[in-house]
Design a protein around this ligand. Structure first.
Ligand code: NAP
Ligand code: ZN
Length: 367
């Protein structure tokens, strides 16, 4: 047995964990830039809680609430500039994956004299500002991963950077902040978390320790399926989904994702499909494609979910997400060419060709 496991984030989980652990905020610095979206910080109640702690601690703050969904390089460049102008010495990210990912880029750009494109060099001469992360979706696990996934119009896709320097220093997970999500955001983000656990479990880079976390994440997700398909969202389910997505984030922080994510990016970039939904549309065919090569592991996934077989899995996914996408033949080919070049292809245990990718797309979206 041989593996590396590293996690740079101190994690607090539970109701009111921001206020009960305010000494972490006090220790982080004296000038805070809050990075959030236009809506999520306020709607979730997290922004109010953070501001009240900052006021109590007499910490100066500036709210940058301009993070776009699937943030672009220009968007994080503006955030980096704002952090410099404010002379921030730490960042609190509040939101879904978009604001949390943006926080990581902003933390780097605030102190390093570099163009946003240079983030992809993945080496930062000056240590990025410390980041405290507060998720308001239960999906990306970005609060415990080093990754920041940004939109790159120059190469027409989304691309991630991140290294040990970009792990959030502290994560506060309070499921109350996820209750304001709409039904679709709740379901799409939950499916993103499942996709992280599943891909992390099946990738070549999985380890015994990441597998244990992945199966736990999948099993907790499984215990929420009935609530999800019946739109019966109680606090118990919210808390479980947040726990499951955190575990899945810990998995991918070791293993990375796989071809579902690689193939999902063109759907988000060109067709504006939510990240989690894009993964959900592709997941069944990805599992069917890999079944002969990873039968035992895929059966373990199904058992953890308490689902009989892949046909039943497909039915569950069809109840959760509606496929309203229609791709032209040109789009299928363009997206397949792009996905074929994505690094995740190298991490799928079963070799993947252009034709395999094209087939997965068509079987997933042409039903
Ligand atoms: P998101 O893009 O952060 O948010 C989607 C929408 O939900 C936004 O309109 C957001 O509002 C709203 N929202 C978020 N929390 C809410 C709440 N509690 N109440 C009401 N509305 C809320 O969605 P996401 O799925 O969490 O993140 C997706 C991004 O994360 C993608 O860019 C993806 O590539 C990335 N990602 C990162 C990792 C990683 O490891 N770092 C892993 C997977 C995915 P606002 O407009 O106010 O934000
Ligand atoms: Zn994801």
């Amino acid at each position: 047995m041989q593996f590396k496991f590293r996690l740079g984030t101190k994690t607090y989980f539970g109701t009111d964990c921001v206020k009960s652990n305010k000494e972490e905020i006090a220790a982080a610095g004296t000038r805070c830039m809050i990075v959030t979206g236009r809506y999520s910080g306020k709607a979730s109640g997290a922004l109010d809680d953070v501001v009240s702690v900052l006021d109590e601690l007499s910490i100066d703050y500036y709210v940058f609430d301009k993070v776009e969904n699937n943030p672009s390089l220009e968007n994080v460049e503006a955030g980096g500039r704002a952090a410099r102008e404010f002379n921030a010495d730490f960042i609190i990210g509040i939101g879904g994956g978009s604001p949390l990912d943006a926080s990581k880029a902003i933390a780097v750009l605030a102190v390093n004299d570099m163009q946003p494109i240079e983030l992809y060099k993945n080496s930062f001469p000056i240590q990025p500002l410390p980041i405290l992360a507060i998720p308001t979706t239960a999906g990306t696990g970005s609060e415990v991963t080093p990754y920041s996934i940004l939109t790159r119009p120059d190469i027409e896709t989304k691309m991630s950077f991140g290294n040990d320097q970009t792990f959030p220093k502290v994560a506060f997970l309070d499921a109350r902040y996820t209750t304001s999500m709409s039904r679709d955001t709740t379901v799409n983000t939950a499916i993103d978390a499942l996709s992280h656990a599943v891909e992390g479990y099946l990738t070549k880079r999985s380890t015994p320790l990441s597998d244990a976390l992945a199966l736990e994440s999948i099993s907790v997700f499984g215990s929420c399926i009935e609530n999800l398909v019946n739109n019966d969202f109680d606090m118990d389910m919210r808390e479980k989904l947040l726990y499951s997505s955190m575990l899945a984030g810990m998995v991918i922080s070791q293993t990375g994702t796989s071809i579902v994510h690689g193939m999902g990016y063109p759907l988000t970039y060109f067709k504006d499909v939510h990240h989690g939904k894009a993964n959900g549309l592709l997941m069944t065919e990805y599992l069917k494609f890999n079944y002969d090569c990873q039968t035992e592991k895929i059966n373990n996934i199904l058992s953890a979910l308490k689902i009989r077989d892949l046909d039943e899995f497909e039915k569950v996914m069809d109840r959760l997400i509606v496929n309203d996408l229609k791709l032209s033949e040109d789009e299928y080919e363009k997206f397949s060419r792009q996905s074929e070049k994505h690094k995740s292809v190298n991490y799928n245990l079963k070799p993947v060709t252009y034709d395999d990718i094209l087939n997965i797309y068509k079987k997933s979206l042409n039903k």
